[in-house]
Design a protein around this ligand. Sequence first.
Ligand SMILES: [Zn+2]
Length: 321
Amino acid sequence: MKPNGKIIDVGVPFLLQDTPNPVCGLPNKNFPVPAMNITVDLHEERRCIANIIRIIMNSMSMTLILSILPGLIAGWLVNYLADVLPATRRFSQPVCPQCGTPFRWPDYLLLRSCQNGHSRTVRVWVVQIILLAASIITWIEPPSKLGYFLGMILAVYFGVVFVIDLEHRLILHPTSIFGAILGLIVGMIAHGIQPTLLGGLGGLLIMLAFYGLGVLFTRIRTKRMLALGQEADDEEALGSGDVILVTILGCIVGWPLIWLCLLYGILLGGLVSLLIVLWLIISGRYKTSALMTFIPYGPYFITTAVLVVYFPKFLALIVPD
Ligand SMILES: [Zn+2]
C-alpha cells in the first residue's frame, strides 16, 4: 500500500487463490480475471469491495432463479397449513376467512380473492415475502451441515407453528409430531445424538418447571376469582404446547444453546409486551384491552431458534461468548 491508501498490488494470481482475503476475510475464488482487472485496476476499487461484487455476481444469476420458486412454494405451503390445520386438523379444502366459502383451487393457488371478492389477508402476503427471502438467504448461506433443502423444510415448520400460535394461540399435535421427527433428524445431522437428546431433555425439564409454576399461578387465580364471586376461566399462562415446542427446539438447536433460546425468547416476549402496553397507554386503550392482550410465547422461542440456526454470525454479535 502507498501512503495515500491506494492499493498497487493487484496481483491477480493471488486473488484467484481459494484463500481468505487478508483485507476482508472473504474467499478469493472464482473471480473472473477480466472482471477483477476492471474492478481493481480500472476503477481502483479496494479488493474487499471487488470481492463483494464478485460474490454478488457469482450468486445472483443462479440464486435468484433457483431459489425463487421453492421460496414461493414454501410460502404458499405455510399459508395453506396455517389456514386449514387449525380448522380441520387435516389437509382439507381452504375456506375464505371472511365468508366461509370454500376457495376454488386455482384462486387459492394464485393468491386471488374468494368467489365473493374478499381479498387474501395481509398475513398471506407477509408470509410469502418472508419465506421467499428465507429461501434466497438459505440458498446463499445454508445453515451449517443442514444444507438448503433441510433448511427450507425447517423454515416451513417454523413458519406454520409461528403463524398458528400467533393467530389461534394453539400449538397443534400434528405439527408437534412432525416437529419432533424433524427436530431429531436436524439435531443429529447438525450436532450429533448426545447434544440433540440433551437439548430436548433440557428444554423439556426447564419448561416443565415453568409449566408447574404456571399451573400453581392459575389455581391461585381461580380460587381468588371464585372467592370474589367471578366466573373462573381456563386461561393458562403457559400451555402444554409450549412445553412440547421447546422440547423440539431443544433437539434442533442442541444443548447448551437451548438455554440461550429460552432466555432470549423470554426477554424478547417481555420487550414486545412492554411495547404493546406502552402503545395501549399512549392510545388510551390500556384499561379496556390490557387484560385481553395475551401474547403467546411460541413465536418468540421460534424467533430465537431461527437466529441460532440461520444467523449464527448475528447471534455471535449479541452474545458475548
Ligand atoms: Zn369470502
